[in-house]
Design a protein around this ligand. Structure first.
Ligand code: GSH
Length: 291
């Protein structure tokens, strides 16, 4: 099937594919909607996609270290329903994508968008999970920005054409598979000599990279582990399993999750105790007991 582009591209709202209903060629809000504000200094508006999970893992790591100022409310933004185009959300992130954070501990409150920027903001705010030595800090930031530049090839490129496009097309799948395998090899070589991504310290670079490239090796992202032969990247697998064992990572992955095992879904997080009492298995049990 060949395609000749017209002189001027026109928006065909019916172009198909899994995300067709939310994709638009224009920015800005589609409807008026205020965002809820909970009781904690940090208000997160998100969903447990790889980009969302970076931030909830970060916040859970900070809380585990004893930074009480990292207490947060995590509000659910259903991107499939277009919540990211509500006016309140667009005020926090003009780019209409999760995750988005408001820090109400500052006056005026500070908005932060882009997951990499949120990780850096929180690392600087709490002086944690980022090296202080200038050389090590530069290495950490290089990998953080590597992730921000690379993951769109994995998500928007490979993942889109392998898992979401209405038909399987060899050319884009080949192109993005080649790039994703190259990226996994970059990480595998780096992790051959380093326990963590940027050296001996666990940092925001690990937190940024793991939800994409670590989770890819578990086959839960695009169910592509066999196709990409992720098992052959031994050091990447070693690191992915090591990070997965961290309790903050296990908690962070559950927040704003609306799919998968019910006991691993915490639709909204407003208190640390929610992990014990508000997971979806318990919410549904409670609902059926009440009816
Ligand atoms: N570079 C952004 C990417 C964020 C992003 O792509 N978010 C997706 C979910 S993972 C989203 O909100 N998509 C909704 C949309 O595109 O309308 C970041 O890292 O924060």
């Amino acid at each position: 099937m060949t395609y000749t582009p017209p002189k001027v591209w026109k928006w065909d709202a019916e172009n198909g594919g899994e995300w067709a209903s939310v994709n638009r060629p224009i920015a800005g809000p589609t409807h008026e909607k205020e965002l809820p504000i909970g009781k904690h200094p940090l208000q997160l508006y998100s969903l447990a996609t790889p980009n969302g999970v970076k931030v909830t893992i970060m916040l859970e790591e900070l809380l585990q270290q004893g930074h009480n100022g990292a207490e947060y409310d995590a509000h659910l933004i259903k991107i499939g329903d277009g919540d990211q185009f509500g006016s309140g959300f667009v005020d926090v992130n003009p780019n209409s994508k999760i995750p988005a954070l408001m820090d109400h501990s500052t006056d005026p409150a500070t908005r932060v968008f882009e997951s990499g920027s949120i990780l850096l903001y929180l690392a600087e705010k709490f002086s944690s999970l980022i090296p202080t030595d200038p050389g090590k800090r530069a290495e950490c930031l290089s990998w953080l920005f590597w992730q921000m530049g690379s993951a769109p090839y994995l998500g928007g490129g490979f993942g889109h054409f392998y898992a979401y496009a209405p038909t399987k097309m060899e050319y884009p799948i080949d192109r993005f598979t080649m790039e994703v395998k190259r990226q996994m090899d970059v990480l595998d070589r780096q992790l051959a000599d380093n326990e963590y991504i940027s050296g001996a310290e666990y940092t925001i670079a690990d937190i940024a990279i793991w939800p994409w490239y670590g989770v890819l090796t578990f086959n839960t992202l695009y169910e592509a582990a066999e196709f990409l032969d992720t098992a052959s990247y031994k050091n990447l697998n070693r690191w992915a399993k090591q990070i997965q064992q961290r309790s903050a990572v296990q908690r962070g992955r559950m927040v704003n999750r609306t799919w998968g095992e019910l006991q691993e879904q915490l639709h909204e997080r407003h208190d640390a105790s929610d992990f014990e009492t508000k997971t979806q298995d318990k919410v549904e049990q409670q609902t059926s007991d009440d009816s």
